[in-house]
Design a protein around this ligand. Structure first.
Ligand code: MTE
Ligand code: HPA
Ligand code: MOS
Length: 774
């Protein structure tokens, strides 16, 4: 059985040898043009005039396009309010305003200064605080309310009031936003895009040009990373290339440079979350009031859903008897912030982990003890603030196992002793947890469809709406189909994602790519298998060329599971008769049976009602915990992560090897967000850290010196395909353990003040905090 094995990623060899094809590796077509994008020169205001006449005179320039050239200039996943090219109103600096269609990148660089952009500048809103003062609200959400919050706060033996603040994060995918559009016959377009959401890309391209959806096909072979940054924001860049291809009737290629990509595209949302927490002397939280504020940037994009997810994760792994969780997002003059691995979950989860760390320091207790007391219970204290019962709760077991395997107590004692030596270095240790809700919180997105073609040599082609961005979704679906048919996984090939094979697809996001598309693949295979079982039972010896009648309706759903598909053979467990899979395919074909399957899947039983707060928000939870140990240099603020131990519950993993890759990658990405990844803006609002030289993502030297990852296998998750659990985003939340470990280290020097740091805890932030204690 292929499911459960660590088979290698279907693009492993291609990526390592460099033969994998990304958008800009596509061979150039005859007549193809390069599309260069110009950005707005100021953060706020309006464009008065764009004059491209000088540029148009230059050799190799074929067209200059602005908002006025686009039949329908507005797009947006939730609210169609964002211009593809801005004009009347500038949302943010470097926002796309003008396209130059030309021979190549050199021509673009030579002529771009010739385009004159006249603006009327206005004063921008650049921070959450400023937006709150000016009441620049982008959206608001109904609060989650349970118990008597005011009474509980009043009666609490201890109360802490504060705010947790975290910065944004650049996706830093290796492949920038990129699209090539080929004009076909009769005004049709073929769009190749680095997109997590081919269907939305198809729709935005078609709508912008006034075409029917059926006139546009969007194909995604793979992305060089997406991380959420290509869930919504691939679409308008595809529309820009589409515009040029359509107007000039020539293939058009748009691939942003790294700098332009970093300046023009949205990032993770910065948050500022205000809280009042009441707790007893054991550390048990009796009341929590949180007002979550997200910086949405210039446009709505996915912000309302991200805000929802932040609220859904404000409980972390902890039961809140009395709580009030409110959320709002502000509109500012920054790049429009968007999906980023975790989708608001990390910003909600980290707030309560920070609070718990503070409670422990305040009560002079170990933070693990405080966490353990507050953890969701198994039979009671197991209902979330949004009324979902935490079923099969593995958190207590997971926390206790990791506490033991990481030698938490022994290391804590060693750290206390070490910190007394005053060596100029101070160490800290902390455990944080993740209980990540799996499902799109937008109910209708929880659907997928799949097409499976079985060929006569016993090999299989699978097409779904899932897009491969490195996460291994193709490999997992290969394994699911291979397991269904009892064939080697190498006999299954995942075909490029295309809207002509799979329509109305959801983005590959919310970690649910394998869940919904794998579910559809399973259903499609099951349809074919049932036909094959029936054919087999009609004729299970020798090759018959004719005479098997079509399957009667009653047998479509009959239980024929005694006919099994194992190791390339088909065997009837009742009679023990068997034949090869290939022979059975031939019999089925010659008798005119379809060997294709198309199926649909929707996640059952979901449906959280935002007004009544009833119904299931999530299909299940993926859980995990991490213990990190850090060392801070007290003279420089330099941070080293000495060791991290992670324990994840991924149900029964389809591919443990790929999953461990996802856990390590997500953790490191989360660690980067809370430590070195500092988006730095000029006071005018311009992003200054827009290249690898100024924006610091983790490298190999930043990874924990000792890094242990274990999976806690369990077979309880009957709610998902093959009893697996989604892995993509949840472990990102565990990066927070590095940040809380920094707080823990600081607490050894801060004595009676609560250490207060923002995220990311850069060396500067740490050093300034240490200086505050002197
Ligand atoms: N892993 C790699 N290598 N590259 C990526 O871009 N994106 C993450 C995660 N893991 C990403 C990744 C995000 S944001 C999500 S939502 C999931 O993968 C999406 O894929 P899945 O649903 O198939 O897990
Ligand atoms: N996660 C990711 N993308 C989404 C979601 C979600 O929960 N809801 C809508 N788009
Ligand atoms: Mo992931 S942020 O849901 O694309």
């Amino acid at each position: 059985m292929s499911v459960g094995k660590s088979v290698s990623h279907d693009s492993a060899v291609g990526h390592v040898t460099g033969s994998s094809i990304f958008i800009d590796d596509r061979a150039k077509h005859k007549n193809e043009v390069y599309v260069g994008v110009l950005g707005a020169p100021v953060c706020a205001g309006a464009i008065l005039k764009i004059d491209g006449s000088e540029a148009l005179k230059m050799k190799g320039v074929f067209g200059v396009f602005t908002a006025k050239d686009i039949p329908h200039n507005k797009w947006g996943t939730i609210v169609p309010e964002q211009p593809i090219l801005a004009f009347e109103k500038i949302g943010y600096i470097d926002e796309p305003v003008c396209l130059i269609a030309c021979a190549d990148e050199d021509t673009f660089n030579a002529v771009k200064k010739l385009v004159k952009i006249e603006v009327r500048e206005e004063k921008p809103i650049l921070t959450i605080d400023d937006a709150l003062i000016k009441n620049s609200i982008l959206c608001q959400a109904n609060p989650f309310v349970r118990g008597d919050i005011e009474g509980a706060l009043k009666n609490a033996p201890n109360v802490l009031i504060g705010a947790f603040e975290c910065g944004g994060q650049e996706h830093f995918y290796m492949e920038s936003q990129a699209t090539v559009v080929y004009p076909l016959e009769n005004g049709q377009l073929e769009v190749h895009s680095s997109s997590q959401h081919p269907t939305e890309t198809q729709h935005v391209v078609a709508h912008s040009l006034g075409l029917d959806y059926s006139q546009v096909v969007c194909v995604v072979k793979r992305m060089g990373g997406g991380f959420g940054g290509k869930e919504s924001q691939a679409a308008h860049f595809a529309a820009m290339a589409g515009l040029v291809a359509y107007k000039l009737n020539r293939p058009a290629r748009l691939a942003l440079t790294k700098d332009d990509d970093m300046m023009m595209t949205g990032k993770r949302h910065p948050f500022k979350n205000f809280y009042d927490v009441g707790f007893d002397d054991t550390g048990k939280i009796t009341a929590l009031k949180v007002v979550i504020v997200a910086n949405g940037g210039a446009y709505v994009d996915l912000t309302p859903s991200i805000l929802d997810r932040a609220m859904f994760h404000a409980d972390g792994c902890y039961y809140l008897e009395n709580c009030y969780i409110e959320g709002k997002a502000v509109r500012t003059n920054q790049h429009s912030n968007t999906a980023f691995r975790g989708f608001g979950g990390p910003q909600g989860n980290m707030t309560i982990e920070s609070i718990v760390e503070d409670i422990a320091h305040y009560l002079k207790k170990d933070a693990f003890e405080v966490r353990r007391i507050n953890l969701y219970g198994i039979n009671d204290r197991n209902v979330t603030p949004y009324n979902q019962t935490v079923e099969h709760n593995l958190l207590p077991e997971l926390f206790d196992k990791l506490h033991k395997s990481s030698e938490y107590q022994k290391r804590k004692d060693n750290i206390s002793a070490f910190n007394k030596t005053k060596s100029g270095k101070v160490r800290g240790l902390s455990m944080t947890g993740a209980k990540f809700g799996i499902a799109f919180t937008t109910k209708f997105l929880n659907q997928g469809n799949a097409l499976v073609n079985v060929h006569l040599d016993g090999t299989v082609q699978v097409s779904t709406g899932a897009t491969e961005m490195g996460q291994g979704v193709n490999t997992k679906m290969q394994q699911i189909a291979a397991t269904c048919f009892g064939i080697p996984h190498k006999s299954v090939v995942l075909m490029p994602t295309s809207t002509e094979k799979n329509h109305n697809t959801s983005p590959t996001a919310a970690s649910s790519g394998t869940d919904i598309n794998g579910g559809a693949v399973f259903n499609a295979c099951e349809g074919i298998l049932q036909t094959l079982r029936w054919v087999f039972l009609q004729q299970h010896s020798g090759v018959v060329y004719d005479g098997i009648k079509s399957m009667p309706a009653v047998d479509v759903k009959a239980d024929l599971s005694h006919v099994e598909f194992i190791d390339g053979n088909v065997i009837d467990q009742k009679t023990k008769k068997s034949m090869t899979f290939k022979d059975l395919l031939k019999i089925a074909y010659l008798n005119q049976f379809s060997l294709a399957g198309y199926a649909f899947y929707k996640t059952p039983d979901l449906g959280f009602d935002k007004s009544t707060h009833e119904g299931r928000a999530f299909n299940y939870f993926t859980n995990g915990a991490a213990v990190s140990e850090v060392e801070v240099d007290e003279y420089t603020g330099e941070l080293k992560v000495l060791r991290t131990d992670i324990l994840m519950d991924l149900g029964r993993p389809i591919n443990p090897g790929i999953d461990i890759g996802q856990v390590s990658g997500a953790f490191i990405q989360g660690m980067g967000w809370v430590t070195t990844e500092n988006l730095f803006y000029h006071e005018s609002g311009k992003l200054l850290s827009h290249s690898p030289t100024t924006y610091k993502i983790p490298n190999i030297q930043d990874t924990p010196r000792i890094f242990n990852i274990e999976l806690m296998e369990n077979h309880t998750n009957t709610r998902n395909v093959m009893r697996s659990k989604a892995v993509g985003e949840p472990p990102l939340l565990l990066g927070s353990s590095v940040w809380t470990a920094v707080k823990n280290a600081l607490s050894y020097r801060s004595e009676d003040v609560l250490p207060h740091i923002t995220s990311p805890a850069t060396n500067e932030v740490i050093l300034m905090e240490l200086n505050r204690y002197e």
